[in-house]
Design a protein around this ligand. Structure first.
Ligand SMILES: CC(C)(COP(=O)(O)OP(=O)(O)OC[C@H]1O[C@@H](n2cnc3c(N)ncnc32)[C@H](O)[C@@H]1OP(=O)(O)O)[C@@H](O)C(=O)NCCC(=O)NCCS
Length: 140
């Protein structure tokens, strides 16, 4: 079953402006090392940062919290499989919130998809709760 959905559209030029103004303070507060590595080896790092920014906002919506001041942004982190497919990993407060959303006997899977087309970067997040096999009954 679906237990949460979230979407966000981020403006790449606004993210570029924040990077220009705050540099590493912004990078280190919001993005994990993996996210920074991915962005910094690309021609236009702001595109990649903007997609991940959108992913964090979308994830916070799917978790039902939204983003508040003082939030630990790095507790929602995007990495990529070898195929390029993005994966959202949650830790800390976001993991706690995910556990609260997940019914007993289920486990949660976070689906994320990203795209960008200058000046926009977009993310969708869907949180699915899947019944644990042992909860299906031994006869099945
Ligand atoms: C997936 C693909 C359609 C992306 O299309 P695009 O128009 O170049 O780019 P978009 O802006 O729409 O999307 C980019 C995002 O798609 C996502 N993506 C990339 N590969 C993906 C895949 N296999 N499955 C799902 N999502 C994927 C990523 O999140 C990427 O952003 P990120 O690299 O910053 O995380 C394109 O890269 C493709 O066809 N890839 C084929 C597979 C391939 O070449 N793999 C190489 C490694 S085996």
């Amino acid at each position: 079953m679906i237990v949460g959905i979230g979407t966000d559209l981020a403006n790449i030029e606004r993210i570029q402006g924040t990077l220009d103004r705050f540099g590493d303070r912004f990078r280190n507060r919001v993005f994990t090392e993996t996210e920074q590595r991915k962005a910094e080896r690309r021609k236009d790092p702001a595109d990649t940062y903007a997609k991940r920014w959108a992913a964090k906002e979308a994830c916070s919506k799917a978790l039902g919290t939204g983003l508040r001041m003082g939030i630990a942004w790095k507790d929602m982190a995007v990495s990529n499989l070898r195929t390029g497919q993005p994966v959202m990993e949650v830790t800390g407060w976001a993991k706690t919130r995910l556990e609260e959303l997940t019914p007993k006997g289920y486990y949660a899977v976070i689906h994320v998809t990203l795209t960008d087309d200058h000046p926009w970067a977009q993310a969708f997040v869907v949180i699915e709760a899947i019944k644990r096999p042992e909860a299906n009954g031994a006869s099945k």
